[in-house]
Design a binder for this molecule. Structure first.
Ligand code: CAA
Length: 387
């Protein structure tokens, strides 16, 4: 029996900034951001959106009434959760009106956790083939205004339905994974912005990819010619290119050109939304599915997941015949068309307006066109609404 991703859906809020505007405001050459970092736009998250609402907005389009009655496992991957105790998945169960006899759990290992969630879902469905599992990866990437990491911020959520006989991509049982405790990127519990050793984090990412790829080749006997495309965790899109370039010399010139063309397809959408932390790899997969012009059933895709701290995993999936029909129609094009561009001062004000602290506060949910919004804080309880 094959198990894997049957549906995939994405959400990111209604605002963005242009990387040329940000570069000029920060006295940088725009090409550093556009080419050197590989980002053209960046999602800006209003106070009325957080990891919970973004996940709910991403999951809504792929849930039927029957799913709401039958789902019994919701796995929520995030590193920008809203509570040190209560799982974001518990909020999701209520907001999405999923039946109460369900397990709901939040998992964390930096940007890697979405992949762990997916593999847990795969194992669960293998044991219970009639079940579906909802996996969401939702994050706000925040480094701070005028920091080195500012150009690599962003945010959004990816929701995936894992089932038997999936219609988008099967998950192969060839996973190679590793952990090494390092301080490349972290966020202390008292901080709302990440701490990072930027250059070191780039190096650890690449070391993990090369080591896992070597191990994968040894264990499975496969090589670079067995792959139609590689998709990467993309904290910024140049990072994936750096990874891919590490292994390209193993291919001949034609295969190199093909893999580079697929990589371009897999980073188009990430360039416009920025880092999603846990969701970045899966937005890149979605970008590949949307923009690649020659994917066919049976193509093998290599996926590299990386979470600082650090944990990595490399595995493959096989594209299914109906994958195009299973994408939510026009979803990303509509989101992109409707987004409002902010000036840099407007973005800075929105960045600082994020709900933070214990005081009661009312937010203007109606100003946010999203279905699920955060409307404020009352007695230290977050108020969520479907509108
Ligand atoms: N035209 C074209 N390219 C230019 C340029 C120009 N005018 N000016 C500079 N560049 C290039 C540089 O040559 C460099 O390219 P390479 O990396 O290929 O050498 C690139 O632009 C970036 O330049 P710098 O290294 O000088 O940039 P920086 O010092 O501002 O740091 C950064 C960049 C380290 C990514 C920083 O933005 C950062 O710390 N980001 C957050 C950390 C991060 O994303 N790490 C990734 C791995 S960790 C991870 O994956 C987990 C996660 O999600 C965080």
């Amino acid at each position: 029996m094959q198990v894997g991703i049957d549906q995939i859906s994405f959400f990111s809020p209604n605002y963005y900034i242009d990387m040329v505007d940000l570069a000029l405001a920060r006295d940088q050459d725009p090409n550093k951001y556009l080419v050197g970092i590989g980002q053209s736009q960046q999602a800006v998250i209003p106070p009325t959106q957080d990891a919970v609402t973004m996940a709910a907005n991403a999951a809504e389009p792929i849930l039927t009434d029957l799913d709401r009655q039958q789902l019994d496992l919701i796995i929520f991957a995030t590193e920008s959760g809203v509570d040190h105790s209560k799982s974001a998945a518990a909020y999701l169960q209520r907001l999405l009106n999923i039946q109460p006899f369900a397990r709901t759990i939040e998992i964390k290992q930096a940007c890697y956790a979405g992949t762990y969630g997916l593999m847990q879902a795969r194992d669960y469905v293998e044991l219970n083939p009639t079940k579906k599992v909802l996996v969401v990866a939702s994050d706000i990437a925040r480094y701070g205004l005028r920091t080195g990491g500012e150009v690599t911020q962003g945010g959004g959520a990816v929701a995936m339905m894992v089932t038997a006989n999936p219609r988008i991509m099967t998950l192969e049982r060839d996973n190679q994974f590793m952990t090494k405790e390092v301080m490349d990127f972290w966020r202390p519990t008292y901080a709302t912005e990440a701490r990072v050793d930027g250059k070191f984090s780039n190096n650890v990412y690449q070391e993990f990819f090369v080591e896992l790829w070597e191990r994968y080749r040894k264990v499975t006997g496969k090589d670079i010619n067995d792959f139609k495309a590689f998709v990467f965790h993309l904290p910024y899109t140049k990072m994936g290119l750096k990874g891919l370039r590490q292994i390209l010399p193993e291919a001949d010139a034609d295969q190199q050109a093909r893999l580079l063309a697929q990589f371009e397809a897999s980073r188009l959408d990430n360039k416009k939304f920025g880092n999603l932390y846990t969701g970045s790899l899966y937005l890149s997969l979605l970008s590949l599915l949307r923009h690649s012009t020659d994917l066919v059933a049976g193509d093998r895709i290599g996926l590299f997941s990386y979470g600082s701290g650090a944990e990595g995993e490399f595995y493959s999936g096989i594209i299914q015949a109906d994958y195009q029909q299973m994408l939510v129609p026009n979803q990303l094009d509509d989101l992109l068309a409707e987004r409002i561009k902010l000036s840099i001062p407007e973005y800075e004000a929105m960045f600082q307006a994020t709900l933070n602290g214990a005081a009661d506060r009312q937010l203007d949910g109606a100003a946010d066109p999203a279905l699920y919004v955060l409307t404020g804080l009352q007695q230290e309880q977050r108020q969520y609404e479907k509108q």
